[in-house]
Design a protein around this ligand. Structure first.
Ligand code: DON
Length: 576
């Protein structure tokens, strides 16, 4: 028998405590009885993710002798079950890793446009965008990349795939207790699930979900078993592929058997640059995240931001102005590098970035050219990040997404997983903002097989060639700016890992020309920024950052891992 205890804030960290038949606190998986731990010091390995059960699965794999890549695969599969809003089989993502032998890795498993996609597919006969089509239902889905990504990463793993997927299968088949946050989120989405599905889906409970209810996903467990037994073709071919294609037919979707069969994850060269003696590794195109991070950090590097002080009006202004400039470049130049020429080298060169800041005036707001005001979507956004480190010095940062919360809201009937609505990350028409208010141009126009521009920024910071930070977050366009702040908070402002994650965040993205600040951002600083000429917009949570800070153990052998899970969600830090 299971029963819910309550939500208790303990010693400054939110703890979700569900009491049941199992004993919490052991390393065994206890899906009916678990707590949320917000920070932790450990010595043998660490996993931070958006859900405590997924973090625990990752740590179990590390305890069984797996490396950080093994744990990243198992954690992603667990998230696909316990965190359906963003964890996924039907979405895509990016992995950045730094391995103990000094190798750096970037794997792109971003969704791509189906072969039948066309540049104007979301425009009506008068040429006006129909955002409902790019954001909801079958037509909004790109060809999923996640399963291909997991199999592309397996070459850096050490365990049989079967061992890595087993916990996810159990969680789907036997169910797990949902948190208060998940109950609210599922209830909030109930109408849309009804609208975009033609059959009963596991995520709908007519009388409404309560914290402590058990979510069982039988169809999903069968899909996971097919992947376990047949590898990537258990998803991209055979029964799962047929189910996806039949689902497409129900709602004017265009993903074909060939789209699925031909999908490939791609290994890429990580974005790599030096910031004040630290080496930063991050995701290259088709994510704009790594380039934006590089541009922002390089634009502040010579300006002694540390002396301005953490969240002083001057330091926030300086950072916001770099963000404005980076996002203007994103809109104009960036897209899938396999389809368009992007002047990456020029955009990140020191001379260019210096020139870019030549019109910066301290104490006075810059002005974004008026093209078309975008609006940030504050409700239905969901992506998820995980940071993992093992005792051998391997570190992995993964950000993965369905795009919006629960993606297209369409579940593949019989297969139990949600399809993404990633097509909305293309520029459906130049000058028309996507759901995150991002503008795009020709470079990010839709084309068959092309990957839509992302902002996801899984990032690793090295100090003396040893892993130092593993960081990333969801949050649409706020992703690179949150990663930027987290890194500067640690390197320049000497904040603790916990403060670096949890202190209020801010965001500028060129268009709309507004400076977004979280609700708890200090009012006095917001007022000073307003006096400089900024339009300040208060908004709900920015991101859910997962951070591991790593030190060499004092003995010189091994590491100390300080893991921090963002206070803004059910995110949990685990280690051993
Ligand atoms: O790839 C991107 O940039 C977006 N699809 C990410 C969406 C996201 O982070 C939503 N999460 N809060």
């Amino acid at each position: 028998m299971k029963y819910l205890s309550f939500l208790i804030p303990v010693a400054g960290s939110a703890v979700f405590f569900v009491t049941g038949c199992n004993n919490p606190g052991t390393s065994a998986l206890t899906p009916y009885s678990y707590t949320i731990q917000k920070s932790m010091i450990s010595y043998n390995g660490a996993v931070v993710s958006a859900h405590p059960l997924a973090s625990k699965v990752g740590v179990m794999i590390l305890q069984q002798g797996g490396n950080a890549v093994d744990a990243a695969i198992a954690t992603q599969l667990a998230l696909a079950v316990v965190y359906p809003g963003a964890g996924n089989l039907g979405g895509g993502g990016f992995m950045v890793a730094y391995l103990k032998d000094g190798q750096s890795v970037a794997i792109d498993y971003r969704e791509q446009a189906p072969a039948a996609a066309a540049r104007d597919m979301y425009l009506d006969s008068s040429g006006n965008p129909v955002m409902r089509l790019s954001q909801y239902g079958h037509l909004s889905a790109g060809v999923p990349g996640t399963v291909a990504g997991l199999f592309a990463s397996i070459k850096y793993a050490t365990m049989p795939f079967e061992q890595l997927i087993t916990p996810a299968i159990a969680l789907a088949e036997k169910g797990f207790v949902i948190t208060a946050g998940e109950a609210t989120s599922l209830n909030h989405t109930q109408e849309e699930f009804q609208q975009y599905n033609t059959f009963p889906v596991a995520f709908i409970k007519q009388e409404g979900w309560k914290p402590g209810d058990t979510l069982v996903q039988t169809d999903l467990s069968e899909t996971l078993k097919r992947i376990r037994d047949k590898g990537r073709s258990g998803f991209y071919e055979g029964e799962t592929a047929s189910l996806v294609v039949s689902e497409m037919k129900k709602g004017n979707g265009i993903i074909s058997p060939d789209d699925l069969k031909n999908y490939e994850a791609r290994e890429r060269q990580p974005v790599e640059f030096n910031y004040k003696g630290y080496t930063i590794l991050s995701m290259p195109l088709p994510s704009s995240g790594g380039i934006i991070l590089q541009q922002c950090l390089k634009m502040i590097e010579q300006r002694n931001i540390g002396q301005m002080g953490f969240q002083s009006a001057w330091s926030v202004q300086l950072m916001a102005e770099t963000e404005r400039r980076a996002f203007a470049d994103r809109a104009e130049f960036m897209g899938d590098i396999d389809f368009v020429k992007v002047p990456v080298h020029a955009l990140t060169s020191d001379a260019y970035l210096e020139e870019r800041m030549s019109d910066f005036i301290q104490g006075r707001a810059g002005s974004s050219e008026q093209i078309q005001a975008g609006r940030l979507n504050r409700e239905s956004e969901e992506t998820t990040h995980l940071s993992i480190a093992d005792q051998w010095g391997n570190v992995v940062a993964v950000t993965t997404t369905l795009n919006g919360s629960y993606g297209s809201k369409t579940v593949v009937s019989g297969a139990g997983f949600l399809l993404n609505n990633e097509m909305d990350d293309f520029s459906v028409k130049p000058g028309v903002p996507n759901m995150y208010g991002a503008l795009g141009s020709e470079a990010n126009a839709i084309a068959p097989g092309k990957r839509m521009l992302s902002s996801m920024t899984p990032t690793i910071v090295l100090k003396d060639n040893e892993p130092y930070l593993v960081v990333g977050t969801p949050g649409g366009t706020t992703i690179p700016t949150s990663v930027f702040q987290t890194i500067v908070n640690i390197i320049d402002f000497n904040l603790s890992a916990s403060d670096a994650v949890n202190k209020p965040k801010f965001h500028h993205q060129w268009m709309p020309d507004e400076l977004y600040v979280e609700r708890d951002f200090p009012s006095a600083i917001a007022d000073s920024l307003q006096d400089m000429g900024y339009t300040i917009t208060r908004r709900d949570n920015i991101g859910r950052t997962e951070l591991i800070r790593i030190e060499k153990n004092k003995t010189g052998k091994g590491y100390l891992f300080e893991s921090v899970a963002d206070k803004r969600g059910d995110d949990a830090a685990e280690g051993f």
